[in-house]
Write a protein that binds this ligand. Structure first.
Ligand code: FAD
Length: 350
């Protein structure tokens, strides 16, 4: 299905997880194990990135297809003490797990970098034949070693072109998501700030992507929730009506945080810098702070009437799950139980 409905929400808060293609085969298998466990918590969708410069094209396609068609063993925990089933004595503890098979709604990222239209169509045809109906249409960053995005011969210059192409060629088959930038796209930011003119031009361009057929916006990461809320308001003011999903990146380690925020030119509020500075060499403490901060950011976003959250997991499960658990969106017992969970060996069927 297309994810628009789920992300649009029906009063229910929904969440989703982003992953990236690992470098090794072993990494891919580990990722699928992790996805198994994370998907058991019922995200509205999962997405997989397209490597910079098209570097992971084949792998992203493979992972997308496998993800969409993976049958996840969904551990359903039944509290025997509160059920009629008298199997307690036969089981190691009061919980049993039933296998319920669920499928994962998958969204594949697709960028224009180094992609002539034939390659774009090959990617879209491949996922279509595997039943995937969701694409995150992006321009992409310049390939390694280049400063500026260069349109490849026979390819597209920007995400708007790609959205137009997908709608023209594939009609309504795909749900299309596009990227939004609460602090303006990094190209628009000079000396840490985008001028009002640059910010507004970015917004107008975002509206063109939506008018061309995008159904959903996922934002770039941010750490100042007020900036995100202002962005949503500004989008609404210029007539963007589709859901705008905040991209939340839990802080997992200090160096990674500095690298990502530096690359994206993200503003870091003083209170975050001050909190991190004394603990920056203590990974555990940084991760715990990241979970606390992510939870507080999400609480504020939810309190402002936005009921969808998108977690940049960086292929790690603990922080993302801890945040949604803190928000009460999944049960603690399931997290505790499912973290060490592998493809079931200790599953009891009734
Ligand atoms: P576009 O929407 O085309 O625009 C980029 C900027 O250029 C715009 O914000 C606008 O200011 C300007 N611009 C472009 N065309 C016009 C125009 N005609 N008129 C006026 N202004 C214009 N990168 C990857 O390589 N792989 C991924 O999987 C990936 N996933 C991402 C997911 C999300 C949610 C986000 C936010 C980013 C992701 N990126 C990814 C990064 C993204 O590719 C870069 O930020 C890239 O530089 C811009 O892509 P875009 O689709 O936003 O570009």
């Amino acid at each position: 299905d297309k994810i628009r409905g789920a992300a649009n929400g029906d009063g229910r808060t929904v969440f989703s997880f982003e992953f990236f293609p690992p470098k090794t085969e072993e990494g891919v298998e580990n990722l699928f194990d992790r996805m198994d466990r994370m998907v058991a918590h019922n995200p509205s969708f999962c997405d997989i990135t397209w490597g910079a410069g098209g570097s992971t094209a084949d792998l992203t396609l493979d992972i997308s297809n496998r993800m969409q068609n993976m049958k996840v063993m969904y551990p359903v925990y039944i509290d025997l003490l509160n059920s009629d089933i008298d199997l307690e004595s036969a089981l190691p503890d009061r919980w049993i797990v039933l296998n319920e098979v669920i499928c994962v709604e998958t969204m594949m990222h697709l960028t224009c970098t180094n992609m002539p239209v034939e390659k774009i169509d090959h990617a879209l045809d491949t996922i279509k034949s595997n039943g995937i109906q969701n694409v995150l249409a992006l321009r992409g960053d310049p390939p390694h070693g280049q400063d500026k995005f260069v349109q490849v011969a026979g390819g597209f210059a920007c995400a708007l072109d790609l959205v137009q192409h997908i709608r023209a060629k594939y009609g309504d088959y795909f749900g299309i998501t596009v990227a939004g930038y609460p602090e303006a796209h990094p190209d628009m930011i000079q000396d840490g700030i985008a001028t009002e003119e640059a910010y507004n031009s970015d917004l107008t361009y975002l509206k063109r992507k939506v008018d061309a057929g995008a159904d959903l916006i996922i934002t770039q990461l941010f750490y100042d929730t007020d900036i995100f809320l202002k962005f949503v308001n500004d989008c609404r003011q210029i007539g963007i009506t589709c859901p705008i999903v905040p991209g939340i990146m839990p802080i997992n380690n200090y160096k990674g945080f500095l690298r990502m925020t530096g690359f994206c030119k993200t503003k870091i509020p003083d209170k975050i810098t001050n909190a991190l500075e004394p603990i920056k060499d203590n990974e555990e403490a940084v991760r715990a702070y990241g979970i606390h901060l992510g939870t507080e950011m999400c609480k504020k976003i939810l309190a402002n009437g936005i009921n969808t959250l998108h977690l940049y997991t960086l292929n790690m499960e603990k922080s993302a799950l801890a945040i949604i658990m803190n928000l009460g969106l999944i049960e603690e017992s399931k997290v505790l139980r499912s973290l060490p969970w592998r493809r079931p060996t200790n599953v009891f069927r009734v």
